[in-house]
Design a binder for this molecule. Structure first.
Ligand SMILES: NC(=O)c1ccc[n+]([C@@H]2O[C@H](COP(=O)([O-])OP(=O)(O)OC[C@H]3O[C@@H](n4cnc5c(N)ncnc54)[C@H](OP(=O)(O)O)[C@@H]3O)[C@@H](O)[C@H]2O)c1
Ligand SMILES: *[C@@H]1O[C@H](CO)[C@@H](O)[C@H](O)[C@H]1NC(C)=O
Length: 376
């Protein structure tokens, strides 16, 4: 099995041709923007000064110095902006392993708690119940970010749209906000995990079928999941009409993937953190880590909130799964960690050898490790 290629990773974001017209427009816009910024800055300064004067008089600022044990960060982002311009909420409810009879309730509790992002997949076999819950909720469809994933047996270009249609029908909607290739692994149609080597080695034909769904208006954004850097580099070396908006990967205390995160940031690719708490196998060990317990205690928040906040502060979307109402509510409350607490947690997470929770390579009988080997 050959080792990872050392290509220089080409990742080209230029979606709009950079012709003269755009340059002219941009110049005009820049002038407008400068004026707007000037006015905005003056307004903020005015508001801040009056606020401080008023606050000082009202006695708000008393005791502040004593409480501020850490340097404070501003708020965490509630959304990230994708190349399409769409804003994806930074915290989602994950619904893998959310069973029949519990997932619908979980979705309802989440919407009531303020979640506006559900991370699902065809293979989770619960899209119907998720759809039913969405239908029964009073939150309008357009306020909810819905993600689903293309399963491995549907990578043949002609199978992509029917697979999406099935998810749409089950979810009871006519579009998805995000559709992603679940794994960089293609199985032959109708087979029991029989590898389609060609579509696994080169996912571009599958990607083109996804691009066609964007053009049809059936999906707003497309992305990938479980792609390592060489695979991202290979896919994006094609002349893509739409580049991947996200790569959804395992990110948690045990497998924080700092190199992939760095690469993604350099290439303006948003990562989504799956199994953010360590999944059901490792969640207990994660929440019991002394570093996490300490930070939780210092800040007066829960260990799960420390971890989920850490993910957003790293600049990723985070997808915690729970079917327990109190936990669903708990997990939505993210808060910026003080810089030193963030640094401590980052150091602790990257100090030990990385350990994956999710790796189906062996279960699927793959002749390679999906995360380590490419091409194989
Ligand atoms: N793209 C992919 O290949 C892929 C792979 C894996 C996961 N995902 C996505 O990522 C989501 C999350 O991943 P995951 O389900 O593996 O792991 P996770 O969210 O890290 O962990 C879920 C486990 O943690 C428990 N839990 C949740 N909040 C808790 C809290 N506040 N305190 C204590 N325990 C808590 C849950 O229990 P209860 O539910 O019983 O409350 C469940 O057992 C999935 O649902 C899915 O959407 C994607
Ligand atoms: C991606 O990798 C496959 C398999 O090695 C190769 O056939 C294909 O040409 C590569 N694509 C690009 C654009 O380099």
């Amino acid at each position: 099995m050959p080792s990872l290629p050392t290509t220089n990773y080409k990742y080209d974001y230029q979606l709009v041709p950079d012709d003269g017209e755009h340059v002219e427009k941009r110049r005009a816009n820049t002038k407008k923007r400068l004026l707007f910024h000037f006015v905005a800055v003056m307004a903020v300064l005015y508001a801040a000064f009056s606020g401080i004067r008023y606050g000082a008089r009202a006695g708000w600022l008393k005791g502040c110095a004593g409480k501020m044990r850490y340097s404070t960060k501003t708020q965490l982002p509630s959304h990230y902006t994708l190349p399409s311009g769409d804003k994806i909420p930074s915290v989602a409810l994950g619904v893998w392993q959310a069973g029949k009879g519990e997932v619908g309730q979980a979705v309802k509790v989440a919407l009531d708690a303020g979640y506006r992002h559900i991370d699902g997949a065809w293979i989770y076999r619960n899209e119907e119940e998720v759809g039913q819950a969405l239908k029964e909720s009073s939150v309008p469809r357009e306020e909810i970010w819905l993600t689903s994933k293309l399963w491995n047996t549907f990578h043949a270009p002609e199978d992509v749209e029917p697979a999406l249609d099935e998810s749409l029908a089950k979810l009871g909607t006519d579009y998805l906000d995000l559709y992603i290739i679940h794994w960089p692994v293609a199985f032959k149609k109708g087979s029991n995990n029989e590898l389609d080597e060609q579509l696994t080695a080169d996912p571009y034909p599958t990607w083109q079928a996804l691009e066609a769904l964007v053009d049809k208006g059936k999906v707003k954004n497309i992305g990938v999941s479980n792609f390592n850097i060489p695979r991202l580099a290979n896919l994006t070396a094609n002349n893509l009409k739409y580049r991947p908006a996200v790569n959804q990967v395992e990110l948690n205390f045990w497998n924080p993937q700092p190199d992939l995160l760095k690469w993604a940031k350099e290439h303006n690719l948003l990562l989504e953190a799956y199994s953010p708490l360590g999944s059901n196998k490792q969640v207990k060990e994660t929440l019991e880590r002394p570093e996490i317990q300490q930070i939780a205690k210092d800040l007066g928040i829960t260990p799960a909130q420390v971890i989920i906040s850490w993910h957003v502060q790293r600049g990723t979307v985070v997808l915690p799964k729970s079917v327990t109402p109190s936990r669903i509510q708990e997990n939505f409350k993210v808060t910026a960690l003080p810089d030193d607490a963030f640094a401590k947690l980052e150091a602790a997470a990257t100090a030990h050898p990385p350990q994956r929770v999710v790796n189906p390579s062996k279960n699927w009988g793959l002749p390679f490790d999906v995360f380590e080997d490419y091409p194989y």
